[in-house]
Design a protein. Structure first.
Length: 86
């Protein structure tokens, strides 16, 4: 099953996580949300990592919005040239 588009919307991620929270299996929730199963498993794994982080540091349970947000990735710092600095 192919995804609707190359990038998964936060609404689709939220729908997937809500279905899983309601007790639906990951495979069935991915089919209903029209998300590829590997992507669905990655989303669920990331969601569990966020929950474990909150438990580790005694934070309140993460909201659905926090579980759906995109993980920030470290980026290379761009070096500005002398011309751009001025």
């Amino acid at each position: 099953m192919l995804p609707k588009h190359p990038f998964i919307d936060p609404e689709d991620k939220a729908a997937l996580l809500s279905r899983i929270d309601d007790g639906i299996d990951v495979l069935e929730a991915a089919k209903r949300s029209k998300i590829h199963i590997k992507s669905a498993r990655r989303i669920v794994t990331r969601s569990h990592d966020i929950e474990i982080y909150h438990d580790t540091y005694d934070l309140p349970p993460p909201s659905l919005h926090e579980r759906v947000t995109i993980k920030t990735r470290p980026r290379r710092n761009y070096i500005m040239s002398e011309i751009n600095r001025n």
